[in-house]
Design a protein around this ligand. Structure first.
Ligand code: GRF
Length: 221
């Protein structure tokens, strides 16, 4: 039985999706703990309600990133996890922290990486005028929002989309791809070769949520 620790900073809807998929899907794994850097993170209550251990390592109680990351690692290691899942965890991690969990640290980022790392990804996508946007689950490496890509979800950007509408539509996709990626990991099915992630036996590593763009009234072909 593999042990998973999930790190959150807020709402925790991706964490919820993983908890529910793990419970429903008979994974060879259990969620050992949910840890937040914010005591007020809404997702902590969901975890408690589901009998999952929770803890808080408040970044505001630490003078610098290194001491916060050391305290966070201590809290994580108390659960001896096989996998650490970043699910809306809004802290930049030090190289030392990332190296400690190399090969067993996953993140979800709301863009089709390597496009649009960093914050405000939906605005970045709209400003760039891309017609395809999405989300990426990837192994974490020291470079922010980089690392081998496990699975992506893609959706089309519609003429009236706003950052908010994109975020809403994309979140549904995130809730499909993140549990799938975590399941592959705990089933021991992910292999990374030359920075490319393979699933063995193969399954689609792309989820398409294309609506085939509803054209505006009166639009000509
Ligand atoms: C998600 O959009 C995720 O991609 C990004 O932050 C958001 C977290 O949402 N990293 P939630 O806390 O999982 O609901």
């Amino acid at each position: 039985m593999k042990k998973i620790v999930i790190l959150i900073s807020g709402r925790g809807s991706n964490m919820e999706a993983i908890v529910q998929a793990c419970a429903a899907g008979g994974w060879p794994a259990r969620i050992a703990a949910v840890i937040s850097n914010r005591p007020e993170a809404a997702g902590l209550q969901f975890a408690k309600d589901h009998g999952i251990a929770t803890s808080v390592v408040d970044h505001r109680q630490h003078p610098d990133r290194a001491s916060f990351d050391a305290a966070l690692a201590e809290a994580i290691d108390g659960y001896a996890p096989d996998l650490v899942v970043l699910a809306g965890f809004m802290r930049i991690l030090t190289t030392g922290f990332v190296d400690r969990y190399a090969g067993r640290l996953l993140n979800i980022h709301p863009s089709l990486l390597p496009c649009f790392p960093g914050l405000n990804t939906h605005k970045q996508a709209l400003d760039a005028g891309v017609k395809l946007h999405g989300a990426t689950v990837h192994f974490v490496t020291p470079e922010l929002d980089h690392g081998p890509i496990v699975i992506q979800a893609a959706l089309d950007v519609l003429p009236l989309d706003t950052p908010e509408s994109l975020a809403v539509r994309l979140l549904d996709c995130e809730h499909l791809i993140y549990p799938r990626a975590v399941r592959w990991f705990v089933e021991g099915r992910l292999q990374v070769q030359n920075g490319v992630v393979h699933v063995n036996p193969a399954e689609p590593q792309l989820l398409m949520a294309i609506s085939a763009g509803v054209p505006a009234a009166g639009a000509k072909p």
